[in-house]
Design a protein. Sequence first.
Length: 165
Amino acid sequence: MMKKTVGALLTICIGAIALADTRALTNTPKTESASTAETLKQLERDWAGAMKTGDSALIGRILGDDWVEVSNDGRKLTKEQVIAGVKSGPVKVESIEFGPMDVKVLGDVAVVQGSHVETSTTNGQRVSGEVVWMDVFANRNGKWVVVRSQSAARVESAPRLRWPI
């Protein structure tokens, strides 16, 4: 009897969450989603540009204070570590060429998936390769910031590339 009650409650909760999610998605005008998608793609390009120019202030505005990236080698990287690395200079991004980006907007949260080919120098060693990645954005007080990132090199032998600090 207890298992049936718990099962019924679980089914009701899952259904309510799904209905609420569907309502949130269908109430968002398509033009608003398209505009948000373009804004997020531009933030990705701005972030790459800031890495190339060493603009730690811009990186600080794009990344949420709680941002964490997990890379293909399992290391975690925080906002503070990225900014410190950009300021101290061991990482120099020479070029980033983006592939297509896919954006999924879910209310005040959005996911951007994409890839890029990057050439950079880390502690004097030049590396180059393709990276696939996913960034999770949150809209905080009307401003989109990256809160989580995941990246992986497409080729196993490729070194860690995405913001290699």
